[in-house]
Design a protein around this ligand. Structure first.
Ligand code: DX5
Ligand code: ZN
Length: 228
């Protein structure tokens, strides 16, 4: 049973390796290695060279990754036009698809469309974007909410602890409003920074460079979860 399929109380903290830092020439082996080592999801960082100045993957690669792993594919769209592309990443095998609050799009409409398509939809907030009450009415439409702890665009940046208060606020709103969305954090997560992220309420820890640079994926994944 995948992490998403388990009852919420039994899920535990998920580790979602970001393949941005994997060995691209051995991507199939890397997917199998993190799965064997206990990862829960695969995180795909989609960049369009416009919303961020880096370029990464299209739906073609997403489809191959979805086929190359039994783990649910978590697509993080750092793109200016999620309305056009989110359905394509869903069709390519994305189990969850999230897009940024900072883009000009009908956020509620796209979240509803993803749900209608049977996909878990989510919003993403950048470190510099304040979490205001304007976000709260969108939360009932979210299956996940991703808090960025680095500016989006590149792996290997330093974790910004100032974003932890956003996790805590979202966790409180979730409880007050009787909602179920998962809280995800992305950027600079390693076994040290994972601890305060878990304490602030993160359900999903994205980890790129700290995991793929480590010599033992199983030990690193366990310590990210706090089991190490
Ligand atoms: C940054 C991406 C992250 C990144 C995480 O734009 O959204 O997913 O790959 O990598 P690390 O763990 O190296 O910060
Ligand atoms: Zn990401």
């Amino acid at each position: 049973m995948s992490w998403w399929q388990r009852p919420r109380a039994e899920r535990g903290v998920a580790v979602a390796p970001s393949i941005l830092s994997a060995d691209v020439l051995r991507l199939g082996d890397e997917l199998r290695a993190v799965e064997t080592a206990g990862a829960d999801l695969i995180h795909l960082d989609v960049m369009d060279g416009h919303f961020v100045d880096n370029l990464t993957y299209g739906p073609h690669v997403a489809r191959a990754v979805a086929r190359g792993s039994a783990l649910p594919l978590d697509c993080h769209l750092m793109i200016t036009d999620p309305a056009s592309y989110a359905p394509r990443f869903a069709a390519a095998g994305g189990v969850s698809v999230s897009f940024h609050l900072e883009v000009e799009v009908d956020h509620a409409g796209l979240l509803r469309a993803l749900r209608a398509a049977g996909v878990r939809g989510g919003l993403v907030i950048n470190p510099q974007t304040p979490l205001t009450g304007l976000v709260r009415p969108l939360l009932p439409l979210c299956d996940l909410f991703l808090v960025m702890s680095v500016p989006p665009g590149y792996g290997g940046q330093r974790f910004d602890p100032a974003v932890l208060s956003k996790l805590a606020t979202l966790r409180q709103w979730r409880q007050e409003d009787g909602l179920e969305f998962a809280l995800e954090i992305d950027g600079g997560i390693d076994p040290q920074t994972a601890a305060p992220a878990r304490a602030a309420g993160a359900d999903i820890l994205v980890c790129g460079s700290a995991l793929f640079r480590s010599s033992d994926y199983r030990t690193t994944i366990a310590s990210l979860r706090g089991d190490g």
